[in-house]
Ligand binder design. Sequence first.
Ligand code: PLP
Length: 406
Amino acid sequence: MYDVETIRKDFPILSREVNGKPLVYLDNGASAQKPNVVIDAITNAYAHEYSNVHRGLHYLSNVATEKYEAVRGTVQRFLNAASENEIVMNSGTTEGINLIAYSWAMPRMEAGDEIILSVMEHHANIVPWHFLRERQGVKLVWVDVDETGGLDPQKVLDAITPKTKLIAVTHLSNVLGSRVDVKTITAGAHAKGVPVLVDGSQAAVHMPVDVRDIGCDFYAITGHKLYGPSGSGAIYIRADRQAEMRPFMGGGDMIREVHKDAITWNDPPMKFEAGTPGIVQQIGLGVALHYMMDLGMANIAAYENTLRDYTRTRLDGLNWLNVQGTTQDKAAIFSFTMTGAAHAHDISTVLDKKGVAVRAGQHCVGPLMDYLGVSATCRASFGLYNTEAEVDTLIDALELCHELFD
Ligand code: PLP
């Protein structure tokens, strides 16, 4: 049984107060809080098991290497990849997508080639492709969402032309909460020989992910949203795509031999992991993923869907609030603006006084903000430890804000 009150006790920060009020943390879309098991694992790694990895022959280096490498297997199971060698560890989604842009896309794209993006992509899945546009004349082709914030997979597939070299799309919008049918997109794209990169930064937090079932070529996740440390993460790169990639960053660990006039690469995935990695961050990520898998991703999704439905009903009762993203198939992520004078920043400041942490601004989705015709929104994004009582606190704080600014 999913017992949220017991789960909350695993997260020490949730029992603190902010501005004299109990913390209501609804900024999980930006970064999630950490359970004791992760905090303890970090302390333990530094206190008892720390050393650099891969290069040492001494005891501590072997222990650290084993712990670090075990995380690759954990990520493999979390994403249901075929092999742990398909998991490249990194500092998060931004690094993962940049790796694909530099290592896979850059050498095989030329002027006039096209990359299809949805209008609701995060900057991490936009800016690396803009580099290719600026440097190589690659064209970015944008697919809009519908009026509910849903993305029709057929519209993405209809955008494919003989020039399309890649589809790069989110699995779940960080602002609208919309889920994207990346399996249908991948099947249709592959039928036309087009690879698919999925930004799983948000989706992997809220639902089970199976990269083999999706069939995608690349799938990026970021540890700090998965209840793990910041600076941790991974990207799934299917083995055949890895074989097509040159390394992006050069340095230690990613090479086999270095001479004055020649180098040979290490095998993947090490070929794509240059330098000393975020050893302890990754160890923390492994523990966080175990924590989530122990709760059960399907259980987390079911619980959060109940929370989403409750929040939706409560927000629907506020006729002075405009919620962006009304599609039924969404996670518990709600972006909104208020009619009247209150700017998103005002709303978040008033909410903060009530102990409610939400995010206000552009949420790193410039094209979506343009498309929605808003300069900023407020976003309440829920995690596995939030409760209906916290939704009520949010609603009370919003009502106060409405009174103040109306
Ligand atoms: N993609 C999405 C959908 C996100 O929500 C985020 C973070 O907000 C990112 C990518 C970037 O993740 P990171 O900053 O951890 O690399």
